[in-house]
Design a protein around this ligand. Structure first.
Ligand SMILES: CC(C)(COP(=O)(O)OP(=O)(O)OC[C@H]1O[C@@H](n2cnc3c(N)ncnc32)[C@H](O)[C@@H]1OP(=O)(O)O)[C@@H](O)C(=O)NCCC(=O)NCCS
Length: 198
């Protein structure tokens, strides 16, 4: 069997059922489908899906969408996703999740690298996010990208009144942070080699 290949691409409305399944498995307070559908229409939002590519290339050209609808075409498989909002001077990481069956394999790191790349392309020099105080795995991931706690939002999560930490990168062009992100990128390359297609 061929080695798996991966890609990070824009999320589409067709991905919402798969994304919802991952959300429900990964989060206790998963978003309903309509929030993703609304977010995909939001001009200030950008949602990206990390997918495993099919063994066979999907058909291209005018019959592609018909073949896909007939489900005979090989489809990519959504492993994880993330969403950001473009703010005036910051990129806001709104959501990130990896299918629980695929966690601890470096895919969260791959999406964080993508998040940094989106900030760079948009010329936004800082990334901000909120995270549950109990969510230590996510905090470890963010810290490895240089995020630091900037404050606490009391009872931010309405399902259980849990507090959120606000975490910030600080200026992305600071030499120490650039070095840290480059080190993450090198670690990602060492782990996946050429398995991630651009
Ligand atoms: C947070 C999340 C996206 C991480 O995805 P992942 O693919 O498992 O992460 P990676 O394998 O790329 O791990 C990267 C680093 O994150 C940290 N990390 C990830 N999972 C961890 C865990 N369970 N415990 C401790 N550290 C963890 C580690 O530093 C890890 O590096 P290492 O494997 O070299 O030790 C994933 O756990 C998830 O989807 N959680 C549920 C949704 C969620 O909480 N999202 C964040 C909301 S703010």
């Amino acid at each position: 069997m061929a080695s798996p290949r991966y890609r990070i691409r824009d999320m589409t409305a067709d991905d919402v059922p798969a994304v919802r399944r991952i959300e429900s498995a990964a989060y206790e307070d998963a978003w309903p489908s309509r929030i993703f559908e609304t977010e995909l229409q939001n001009a200030f939002a950008h949602y990206r899906a990390l997918v495993e590519l099919p063994d066979r290339e999907p058909p291209t050209g005018r019959f592609e969408s018909i073949a896909r609808r007939l489900s005979r075409a090989p489809r990519d498989r959504v492993i994880g996703f993330m969403g950001v909002w473009y703010m005036i001077d910051q990129l806001h990481l709104v959501t990130i999740a990896i299918d629980p069956r695929e966690q601890r394999r470096g895919f969260g790191q791959a999406l964080m690298l993508e998040c940094c790349a989106l900030a760079g392309t948009a010329e936004l020099n800082e990334i901000v996010l909120e995270v549950r105080v109990s969510n230590e795995p996510a905090q470890r991931l963010y810290e490895s990208f240089g995020f630091r706690r900037a404050g606490t939002l009391k009872a931010y999560y309405k399902d259980n009144d849990e507090d959120a930490y606000v975490m910030l990168t600080g200026p992305l062009d600071a030499p120490a942070l650039r070095e840290r992100i480059e080190a993450r990128r090198a670690a990602h390359l060492a782990r996946f080699g050429g398995a991630f297609e651009v």
